[in-house]
Write a new protein. Structure first.
Lengths: 88, 108
């Protein structure tokens, strides 16, 4: 359990060296919905704070994260709620 | 641009506010689309919904159109604003309301 979550965390740490990172697996809440994957690990919430986001728009921040996770989002992860920001 | 991109471009530029979503405002088929519709209803501005589940070309093409891999997607005056997370952040900060006002989009 948790291989996809671990991979998400690994990539985000590697790409953004975040000062805050919380990856939550929400898959259980979506059992039976469209997009629910019997393997689990289909729905995630990510909170990430990184200096890499300084000066970027919200769209640019989220694009950067999406790019780091592109193949996972394409093949494995159905839904990702994302809150990406620069340190306050 | 291929034919689908031209079609998407026509839709985006043909309406002040466009929401590409899964399902319809009355029956959203995904939690994120549902949240986007709820935000639009709070804003009380007219918007043009496009159900991507009814058109596989648009469903795939819209991801390339704005280099954005997910749906929903909000456009105002031809410009890509963001997905549901960004809509929520902007709404909570009052920025979406300001954007609509600045764009001359009137409350319905």
């Amino acid at each position: 359990m948790g291989a996809v979550k671990d991979e998400i965390e690994r990539r985000l740490r590697e790409n953004f060296t975040p000062t805050h990172l919380a990856v939550t697996d929400d898959s259980a809440k979506h059992a039976g919905h469209a997009g629910h994957d019997p393997r689990g690990e289909s729905h995630f919430t990510v909170e990430i704070v990184s200096v890499r986001f300084v000066g970027l728009s919200r769209v640019q921040c989220q694009r950067a994260v999406n790019r780091a996770l592109a193949d996972l989002l394409e093949e494995r992860v159905h839904a990702l709620a994302l809150k990406a920001s620069a340190p306050a | 641009m291929d034919a689908t991109q031209v079609r998407i471009d026509d839709i985006v530029k043909g309406h002040d506010v466009v929401l590409f979503m899964k399902g319809t405002p009355l029956f959203p088929q995904c939690g994120f689309s549902s949240r986007a519709v709820a935000i639009m209803e709070h804003l009380d501005v007219p918007f043009h919904p496009v159900d991507v589940l009814q058109d596989m070309e648009i469903r795939q093409g819209i991801k390339a159109y704005s280099d954005w891999p997910t749906i929903p997607q909000l456009y105002v005056k031809g410009e890509f604003i963001g997905g549901s997370d960004i809509m929520m952040e902007m709404f909570e900060a009052g920025e979406l309301q300001a954007l609509m006002a600045d764009s001359g989009v009137k409350a319905g």
